[in-house]
Design a protein around this ligand. Sequence first.
Ligand SMILES: [Ca+2]
Ligand SMILES: [Ca+2]
Length: 221
Amino acid sequence: MGFGNRLRGVIALFFLLGIVLFSSCAETLESEQLVYSNNFSKLDLAGFENGKLFIFQNDTVAGYYHNEEVAVNLKNLPTHNLLKVTIEILVHDSWDGNPTDSLSGPDYWFFGVDNKETFRTTFSNSPCESTYCLYQSYPDNYFKQNVPKSGAIQTNMPGLCIFGALANYTTRYSISQILEHSNPTARIFMNSELKQLNSPDPICDESWSLAKVTVEALILN
Ligand SMILES: [Ca+2]
Ligand SMILES: [Ca+2]
């Protein structure tokens, strides 16, 4: 066997060894179990803190909210080391996104589990033109400059209050995050820090609702 062949043989061996090592280190999703799913159609607010319902566009949703904490408490969760939380929210009326003018923003929305905030972003339903744009951070964590409604799953609903008569002023998002978690209980909290100091009725200016919450318990080993 020539040197070249021997070298090729050694390279092939290391390549195979690499595959074996990589596959033995790869993590496997051993189970995925839906532990909570609520779209509020059954008027079920069990486990909710600050739960309230109303009908928006023929759909029962939880809300609407403005700078007040909402939480879902889950008990007796099956063994898990991760939770996948998916929250579908409706962003109503004149959210302004990122601006730091101290009058109208940033308009933050955030959530977390137990005592830890895990995601904080901003949303904007406001105009965006080449010369003037109120950017939002979603789908990223704050601070990022994305155009209004980036990552939305529906944009063609009317506003709720101040822009209730105008099309395209409620935006639907499905926000999903996988979190390290292993306790048999979980408290998933959500809140906003909306700012509109020049409005006589801030909750009418900007608010949010919950259309659906789902939680899956995962085991990854
Ligand atoms: Ca506003
Ligand atoms: Ca605002």
